[in-house]
Design a binder for this molecule. Structure first.
Ligand code: SER
Length: 581
């Protein structure tokens, strides 16, 4: 059976049993701040499990795009080391929202695996949570599994939680022995040997983990199941690794074509690259972009890892963007976004590859030098930091490369360097405000920062409060024509003068709703009590305005020329230029 047929068979099976098909949610969560990426099929149903939403239908089935590279569920370090863990994968699932419970969930999973898909019962194992006697008894009652193939495990394996908080419950997993000789199986191998693959997890959601760590019973009991499509396809297609299935082999063939190297000679780079390009395609299609922080940095880290594996295949120019169409050919029928947005995905991937290519070779030289210079088998934090800061090597890439050579990295030393650099950056930001660390003196009462700057460039103002530091004085006024930096638009400059006061406004920034004027020049506390004349540098503001308008024009033009999929991720509006992300 082809992967597309296997996926459809799952959906058909549950639709015939009264389940409604629900499309996958985007892999970039829209509303859930607890997640960087969708990490399980149940994410989009969380409000239903918690009782905050009522479902349209009590049973659902779907295939969910999942990414597990951060937080509680993180498989990144093993990707490429084995044939069955991925950064991006598809999770098939069937759900009961306060409807059926353990008996049906267990019986249907078994029926589909053994009768519809015809998997060998003598290779399947079931596990249940140590306290769940009900599920332990049900397995041999509602299926024809042999009793000695039902095992109990503790919290680590059989109590499923989505994250630090959220819906959770005891679970029952189904494992498959993929070894050559079924006679070599034993209960000891389950959850310990890579010859036993977890194919399916039936979670009996009955509690919510609160932020204080305590479990609270939910008002209803639910079923949340997840079956790894890639592993099921692998088992069904009689392969010993997911990379040999029709979900991956076309990507691997494309890499072989581009590089002229046979994957059998050195499989690991082929595996990592084919895994990472799927993750990049789907996350970018759903709106994520590589960047220096948060979710975007996960994309950047993955792309840089893949680029470095590309170097192992002698790729010196961007090449991964050429794999985007292959991913579309494999999965575009089910997830059309990866085809519809392919032009955008290619551009983003190529631009990132190109950027890292510039420093990758020099970084590799530095890496080799740091191995030679390190005493013992630990790369000093200073070197790992230089690789990060100067050559753009994410720490986990340096750690991976170190592991390959039998070294480790002084992570603590890396963090110390990072903290020192942050401190330096802060010290150099003389005219940026860190208002929390300043001692403010109140001079007058009332509301502050009434913004007049759309109507006028000048005003008479009273000082509400001020704070001084070594190089500057910070002023908050009752009303002001100065625009404070926000939304990518830079703050105004100008002057504030009065009797005994001659100040240059070097920058204007926001602190909540207050506009903070960061000034240098002559002042005294008593002189600040009189009325002052504020005046914005008009020609400079006019240039900022023009660039602001140009940003909107550019956004609109990009949508017309490249398509509606273009998304503005940020911008910087400056008097001399604009930057559009
Ligand atoms: N939520 C469970 C898992 O991710 C089952 O879908 O394993």
């Amino acid at each position: 059976m082809q992967s597309n047929e296997i996926r459809s068979a799952f959906i058909d099976f549950f639709e015939k049993r009264g389940h409604q098909f629900i499309p996958s949610s985007p892999v970039v969560p829209i509303a859930d701040k607890t997640l960087l990426f969708a990490n399980a099929g149940m994410n989009q149903f969380k409000p239903i499990f918690l009782g905050d939403e009522t479902p349209d239908h009590p049973r659902a089935v779907n295939t969910q795009k999942c990414i597990r590279v951060s937080g509680k569920h993180n498989d990144l370090d093993v990707v490429g080391m084995d044939g069955f863990h991925h950064t991006f994968f598809e999770m098939l699932g069937n759900w009961s929202f306060g409807d059926y419970y353990k008996p049906d969930a267990i019986a249907w999973a078994w029926e589909l695996l053994t009768e519809v898909w015809g998997l060998d019962k003598d290779r399947l194992w079931a596990t249940v949570y140590t306290d769940d006697d009900e599920a332990f008894k049900l397995w041999p009652d509602v299926t024809d599994i042999s009793k000695d193939r039902v095992l109990k495990f503790g919290e680590k394996y059989n109590f499923w939680e989505m994250g630090e908080t959220g819906p959770c419950g005891p679970c029952s997993e189904i494992h498959y022995y993929i070894g050559d000789d079924p006679k070599n199986q034993s209960a000891k191998g389950v959850n310990s040997s890579d010859d036993y693959w977890e194919l399916w997890n039936l979670v009996f959601i009955q509690s919510n983990r609160n932020a204080d760590g305590k479990l609270k019973d939910l008002s209803q009991k639910h079923v949340d199941t997840g079956a790894g499509l890639e592993r099921i396809v692998s088992v069904m297609q009689n392969k010993s690794s997911n990379y040999e299935t029709d979900l991956f082999s076309p990507i691997i063939q494309s890499i072989e074509k581009i590089t002229g190297i046979n994957a059998k000679d050195n499989p690991s780079p082929f595996h990592v690259i084919s895994d990472h390009i799927r993750m990049l395609c789907f996350s970018i299609a759903d709106g994520a972009l590589p960047s220096n922080g948060g979710r975007g940095y996960v994309l950047r880290r993955l792309l840089r890892r893949a680029s470095r594996f590309g170097r192992m295949l002698d790729q010196r120019e961007p090449f991964m963007f050429e794999l985007v169409d292959t991913v579309g050919q494999i999965m575009g029928d089910v997830f059309p976004e990866v085809v519809e947005k392919s032009a955008h995905i290619k551009k983003v991937v190529q631009a990132e590859e190109s950027m890292f290519n510039d420093t990758l070779d020099r970084g590799l030289v530095h890496f080799d030098k740091s191995l030679d210079a390190s005493s013992g088998k630990t790369i000093p934090g200073k070197d790992a930091f230089k690789l990060y800061d100067t050559y753009g090597f994410p720490l986990d890439l340096t750690m991976l490369m170190a592991r390959e050579r039998g070294y480790s990295v002084d992570e603590k030393g890396f963090e110390t360097e990072m903290a020192a650099q942050k401190k330096r950056a802060k010290a150099s930001g003389k005219f940026t405000a860190d208002s929390g660390s300043l001692d403010w003196v109140n001079l007058s009462k009332g509301k502050d920062s009434k913004f007049l700057g759309y109507e006028t460039m000048e005003s008479e103002s009273k000082v509400r409060r001020f704070a001084s530091s070594k190089d500057s004085i910070h002023l908050v006024l009752d009303k002001t024509p100065f625009y404070a930096e926000s939304g990518g638009q830079i703050g105004d400059k100008g002057t504030i003068n009065g009797k005994g006061i001659t100040l240059k406004v070097e920058n204007t920034v926001k602190d909540g709703k207050s506009h903070i004027h960061i000034c240098s020049g002559k002042w005294s506390e008593s002189a600040l009590k009189s009325v002052l004349s504020s005046s914005v540098d008009g020609p400079r503001r006019q240039n900022i305005r023009k660039n602001h308008t140009a940003t909107h024009l550019l956004n609109s033009a990009l949508k017309v020329v490249l398509g509606e999929h273009c998304q503005q991720a940020g911008s910087l509006v400056h008097p001399d230029y604009l930057r559009f992300d």
